[in-house]
Design a protein around this ligand. Sequence first.
Ligand code: ADP
Ligand code: ASP
Ligand code: MG
Length: 439
Amino acid sequence: MKIMKFGGTSVGKPERMHQVAQLITKTDEPKIVVLSALSGTTNALVGISDCLAARNKEAAKANIDKLEAHYRDFVLLLASTEPARAKANAIVTEHFEFLNIILRISFSDALNKDILAQGELLSTKLFSVFLEEQGIAHELLPALDFMVIDAFEEPQLPVIREKLTAILSEHSQTKLFITQGYICRNAKGEVDNLKRGGSDYTASLVAAAIKATVCEIWTDIDGMHNNDPRIVDKTLPIKQISFDEAAELAYFGAKILHPTCIWPAQLTNVPVKLLNTMQPEAEGTVITEEAGSVGVKAVAAKDGIIAIKIKSSRMLLAYGFLRKIFEVFEKYRTSIDMITTSEVAVSVTIDSDLHLEEIIKELEPFGTVEVDTNQSIVSIVGNEIAKTDHILQRLFESIAEIPVRMVSYGGSPHNVSLLVNSEYKIKTLQLLNKGLFGL
Ligand code: ADP
Ligand code: ASP
Ligand code: MG
């Protein structure tokens, strides 16, 4: 059995949904198809939720009506027969009635999650109506029946495996399953989600749960590129990368993949393929355990980074200093991305300011604390980077004009990370594209 996940742009227009139907029926192999919400929907739902949180019901209502109109137009072009259109419109009515009811009750975090879930519920149900109209046999599997996260928001793979296996065994004759990406239930049994871009994570968790032959992520670009195509003009797709390389790239900003979606596939050794819905014949990228080749594969950048420097002469020749510092971050469940040390100072980066004030307060007894916000991590990712021809020399020569705040290498032989003020991010990515890839 294989997994095919289609992102927002791949299902964002009626004609794209028609194309997805073609792609999933090309072979007889049994498959689970994971769908995102139509592009723009989750953003719109976040907007509605924000209006409600700010008690601006009028703006929320206007946004709900605008989104509903978009779905009514979508239905007209999705289905071509009156019974199918009526069925699809009834689904739209049901979900927008829910959003309109929410206008009348008091807002809460649980309600916010319910609002955000509407996008994937709508896309899968509408797609199911279209498949039915086309006479394509399938089963719609509610993700809320098997996707679960624990109290720390971590997906519970063994539970997902158990629940999903039981559900699939009830449909042993079915070859095509459709389910929602992104949405899940939390430890309290409430509707929750796997964070923005989380449909990739659903696909990889489902792939791991059933030990799929392959997890295909279909999107709007022909694979993982060597640099951020939104920022740099000339970028090229990478044929093959390892799970480790892909995970680093996703974590450090390559938006094509959800940051944590690699581990389930890696754990169960299910290959991941990144493919282009708009150009299905393109080779795309294959992600497996093996790196394929030695050298730099790609660069990516992650914004919203905060650098914290703790300077103390007490660090000199002292042991236990770093432990005490790390304990502060652990206490506030804040993960550290980069670390650099000298004899008298340590610099770390974090990507969340949720507990910044408390963290600074607790670090102050250890020395002088300096905080720099608005930083970006630029990561250079590959296999055995320093083994390749003068790569570190080329790297630093190419960005000679950039004031680099931190450099980290050696944690693994597969990554060099640089910290720069975000105003230099674009220039850094462009210079690296020239210096490392000659593009
Ligand atoms: P989907 O809606 O299918 O999940 P996303 O928008 O989440 O698609 O991811 C695809 C987008 O990721 C591409 O359109 C591209 O702009 C962006 N992207 C950022 N970095 C990279 C990269 N290194 N390689 C490919 N795409 C990238
Ligand atoms: N619809 C969700 C989002 O836009 C999940 C996803 O598309 O992966 O973030
Ligand atoms: Mg995505």
